[in-house]
Design a protein around this ligand. Sequence first.
Ligand SMILES: NC(=O)c1ccc[n+]([C@@H]2O[C@H](COP(=O)([O-])OP(=O)(O)OC[C@H]3O[C@@H](n4cnc5c(N)ncnc54)[C@H](O)[C@@H]3O)[C@@H](O)[C@H]2O)c1
Ligand SMILES: [Zn+2]
Length: 696
Amino acid sequence: MSQPDTKIRDEVAELRAALDDANYRYYVLDEPQLTDADYDLKLRRLQEIEAEYPTLVTPDSPTQRVGAAPADGFPEVMHDVPMLSLNNAFDEEELADFVRRVADRLEVTPESLSFCCEPKLDGAAVSLVFEHGELTRGVTRGDGRTGEGITSNLKTLKSIPLRLRGKEWPERLEVRGEVTMRHADFEAMNDKAREEGTKVFANPRNAAAGSLRQLDPRITDKRPLEFSAYQLVQGTVSVADIDTPTHSEQMALLRDWGFRVSAELDVVQGAKGIIDYCRRLGEKRDGLGYDIDGAVIKVDDLRLQRELGFVARAPRWAIAFKFPAQEQVTTLEDVEFQVGRTGAITPVARLAPVSVAGVTVSNATLHNQDEIARLGVMIGDRVSIRRAGDVIPQVVRVIEEERPADAREIVFPECCPVCDSQIERLEGEAVARCSGGLYCPAQRKEALKHFASRRALDIEGLGVKLIDALVELDWVKSPADLFTLSAEALAGLPRMGEKSAANLVAALEKAKQTTLARFIYALGIREVGEATANNLARHFGTLDALMAAEQADLEAVDDVGPIVAAHLHTFFRQPHNRETIEALIAQGLTWQEEAVIERPQPLAGETWVLTGTLENLTRDEGKARLQALGAKVAGSVSKKTACLVAGEAAGSKLTKATDLGVPVIDEDEFLTRLAAWERGESMGAESDADHQEETQ
Ligand SMILES: NC(=O)c1ccc[n+]([C@@H]2O[C@H](COP(=O)([O-])OP(=O)(O)OC[C@H]3O[C@@H](n4cnc5c(N)ncnc54)[C@H](O)[C@@H]3O)[C@@H](O)[C@H]2O)c1
Ligand SMILES: [Zn+2]
């Protein structure tokens, strides 16, 4: 046997230190710094050296151990049967080798062997113990020998039965499986964390492991975790106890007892069956909606499993076939800013092309300005990219140690890269937006759809598909261009007869007669809905007055807070938006200024308050309808309150109103009155409420 020289010894020490550190970051902090592929390479190298120089193997070598020791804060629980890792196969040849080794050891032909094949779910392994059918213990894998007792956390998972279904289960049963998070849930959780400035996880595996190991089960409860069973532990149930000689039959049993078991599970013969399965699963990988990092191949016959037994840290009867990693490191070459269809500005990383799980990736999202700050990323950096399923590739981490000297800071633009309008980012909002709503080509289609919609200008016959076509043909660049369309030209479009073309031109002509409120709403200014548009029209009376208004004037309008006021102010300051408005008016758009003001305002001068839960309308609807009748709607009751509308479970406001002698009405009465006022009947709040008090 050859003796290791100093160089080899140094390499071993270095590999062990790197792997120990990686394990700690991965299993304890849930914040890996190496990619899985790098980790696997290092572990492989260490295994190779140790195989060549067995004297170098120590019991604490990462090749001999599983996971990491349990973290502080949880009770340490000893596993009845150790929870091991799996040996890996990185290509089809290694799979065939595995089958040959198993067959040799069992002295059978490779073709005669049945294997149960399953997806290798990429999450966190846990063990569940059921006594008399009831869940009594849940533990993480930990270092394989002892794990963290996380029973209360696991009880929050809906996919873990607290009581087994059926009857035929043994008195004591241990089930193992993987806790995972689906892509969609993971994305939503991270989006929320980005908004709230809380911890963003690099991938669903880290998110699942981190969520399971929360000291407060209420936090775990809020995390979208799923448990899938993959093993019924031998030793807790002897093969003779229940008549299931194979692993696959045990999985069926677990399904009957109330566990989720992978639908992709399949039993195949020999190496060819395994290789076919792995290819099929690999093709499905992107469409599954959750992460798998490979396939797990198990000898199906439980007697043969026992005969094969274990080595160091893994069973001999199983192997993990590893798929290409979903994370790769590459260089961030530049950042471009894209404008979405509603004006949101998204920084997009331009990358040195890199193959990630079989697909070449050259772009990844950086979400927004806060995310750039959170990652601390610069142009020129080496970055870790993740691509999983249909989710847009993301930059998950910067390798700061590899930052080049000429790395440049990412500068967020001040003007829209498409239309040059000012970019607006309001306090407390993560998203920056282009304020050229009416003019910006990136927002054209959405702006036109809104402009033509029923509650805006209500242009009959101008549907979504037609708008798309008109924009793509470049016939319509701004809403004003709609009014220049001729029936002849329109008739030439696909699915447009002469009749519908003529109808559309007539509808456009008709839409020119509108109201100021509808016109304001049609402009599609952010957060300016119908009710706000009504209030603005009523308050300012003319478009000129509205366009000239300063921030403070705008805030004086009912229902308009600082954010809406800022949106309005910026919108009307954009020259292009003003030009579009002028063009619309030049096309003949008109409205009767009085139309809005003329509506009956029986509640003018009154202040109303809404409280409690309303059954038939939302509070916002109630508020909008009151405002349309001239009332102000306040958030608290005072002596000046004209009337309090008290819904179900009204609390302190109701008490206060009663104390102050403010008239109170319930929801039914409120609806009756609203309807009467809206029909134009007179029905004063005061007199009626007084009347009601008398009759109570
Ligand atoms: N990036 C890093 O820094 C870092 C650090 C440590 C580990 N890792 C990654 O973790 C891997 C090693 O982790 P490991 O020891 O948990 O081994 P493993 O994940 O490769 O395999 C064992 C695990 O597979 C899981 N599994 C999923 N589906 C299964 C099924 N159907 N049947 C049986 N088991 C199933 C179980 O949780 C089991 O514990 C490495 O290969 C590497 O990819 C990465
Ligand atoms: Zn723009």
